[in-house]
Design a protein around this ligand. Structure first.
Ligand SMILES: Cc1cc2nc3c(=O)[nH]c(=O)nc-3n(C[C@H](O)[C@H](O)[C@H](O)COP(=O)(O)O)c2cc1C
Ligand code: SF4
Length: 393
């Protein structure tokens, strides 16, 4: 962990204290506090958490659902695993507060298939919380009930997309749904449903205990709080670092001991690839979207091999429902190989493929196809030398 203000390591809330505080508030006040904190979801898309909870709370329908997205399929991301390993009780408490806020008595943790070894830790945490009347029936002696079950994921990257995850939970093929309706109105089994990331729920007890003003002060502009980053690649100290939002990527790399940096992939394969002259960029939704994964490449790495690797991943993981994503990723992979092998030699020849990348961003149904061209555009633009300059248009 870094030496910055850390939520998860230095300032651990006492188990149950935030839930007790929340139950002294009205459900609407809990939603209001979360909304005022400005927290945006930690699963990648950055949707404001309080707004999602407000919509689900206001939705008509019974048996509302709280789903924790613990699929953690983005290459290079391992922060949710650490949170579950170390802070399972805090995760369950955050989910319970969410249940109270939206009027739900049932939660599900959709757990990455490779993480099923964590089920005993979650089960033990749940058992302790039930024994202490912090989960289960008649929580803290009142009328609120809330319990959580764990379901293993289906093992596909696209199952982390929230509607695909819901399909998978319903026992179907994990393919993204058309939206609307959004899960807050019609999610799991057509019930109003919130899906939030592990880290999002883990933040909730801190916000309830310390207040939204405190949380806002930790960030920058509209990007509030702190964020966990899984740092890997060419660094001396890989691991999970917690930074205040608005820190620069350079500050993070200094903590991790990165040397001779050529490129940094921020936000996983679908995130942004930045060059060494961009290390003063800020981790915030206004500048460099702060995804959970940071992969560092030093100057010994061939960035075209990196690109090929990422595009192979997307070709493999596309669910195939829509043409721009299914076919587009294959074409971008062919193009990346053609550049690497010297079969594309001019910027002019790349024009159509940059247009294809735009079409994929605009025409794909879910975030996978909308973001998979990012690595192609960034790496070809910033790292490929062709006659007439770098590869970008
Ligand atoms: C292909 C794809 C994979 C995703 N994988 C994850 C994941 O593993 N974990 C996650 O929390 N969100 C993932 N998301 C984002 C979810 O769709 C959703 O936005 C998120 O779970 C909402 O939680 P949050 O608002 O707390 O971030 C993925 C999105 C896409 C398009
Ligand atoms: S964008 Fe790709 S992953 Fe998403 S629905 Fe379309 S084909 Fe499936």
């Amino acid at each position: 962990m870094s030496e910055m203000k850390v939520l998860t390591a230095d300032q651990q809330p006492e188990t149950g204290a935030a839930l007790k505080r929340a139950l002294e508030m009205t459900a609407a006040d809990v939603v209001f506090e979360v909304r005022e904190s400005g927290m945006r979801g930690r699963g990648g898309a950055g949707f404001p958490v309080g707004i999602k909870w407000n919509l689900a709370g206001a939705a008509s329908g019974t048996d509302k659902m709280v789903i924790c997205n613990a699929d953690e399929g983005e290459p290079g991301t391992f922060k949710d695993r650490l949170l579950i390993e170390k802070y399972a009780k805090q995760l369950l408490e955050g989910m319970t507060i969410a249940g109270y806020a939206i009027g739900s008595s049932r939660g599900i943790i959709y757990l990455r298939a490779e993480y099923t070894y964590l089920i005993p830790a979650i089960t033990e945490a749940r058992r302790e919380l039930i024994d202490r009347k912090l989960m289960g029936s008649y929580i803290l002696g009142g009328s609120f009930n809330f319990d959580v079950e764990v379901r293993p994921g289906a093992g596909a990257y696209v199952c982390g997309e929230e509607t695909s995850l819901i399909e998978s939970l319903e026992g179907k093929r994990g393919e993204p749904r058309n939206k609307p309706p959004f899960p807050v109105n019609s999610g799991y089994l057509c019930r109003p449903t919130i899906v939030n990331n592990v880290e999002t729920f883990v933040n909730v007890p801190h916000i309830i205990l310390n207040g939204s003003d405190w949380y806002r002060e930790l960030g920058i502009g509209d990007t509030t709080g702190t964020k966990l980053f899984s740092v890997s690649g060419d660094v001396e100290r890989s691991g999970v670092y917690e930074m205040q939002m608005g820190s620069t990527i350079g500050e993070l790399l200094e903590l991790a001991g990165a040397k001779d940096v050529q490129a940094v992939q921020v936000g996983g394969a679908s995130g942004a690839t930045i060059a060494a002259d961009e290390l003063d960029r800020r981790l915030s939704f206004e500048d460099l979207p702060p995804g959970g994964s940071v992969i560092v490449f030093n100057r010994s790495r061939n960035m075209m091999n990196v690109l090929e690797n990422f595009l192979e991943f997307f070709v493999h993981e596309s669910c195939g429902q829509c043409t721009p994503c299914r076919e587009g990723n294959v074409r971008l992979l062919d193009t990346a190989r053609a550049i690497r092998d010297g079969r594309i030699t001019s910027r002019e020849e790349l024009k159509d493929f940059f247009m294809l990348a735009e079409i994929m961003k605009l025409g794909s149904k879910c975030g996978l196809g909308q973001t998979s061209p990012n690595c192609f555009v960034d790496i070809v633009t910033k790292f490929v030398e062709l006659p007439g300059g770098k590869g970008g248009m």
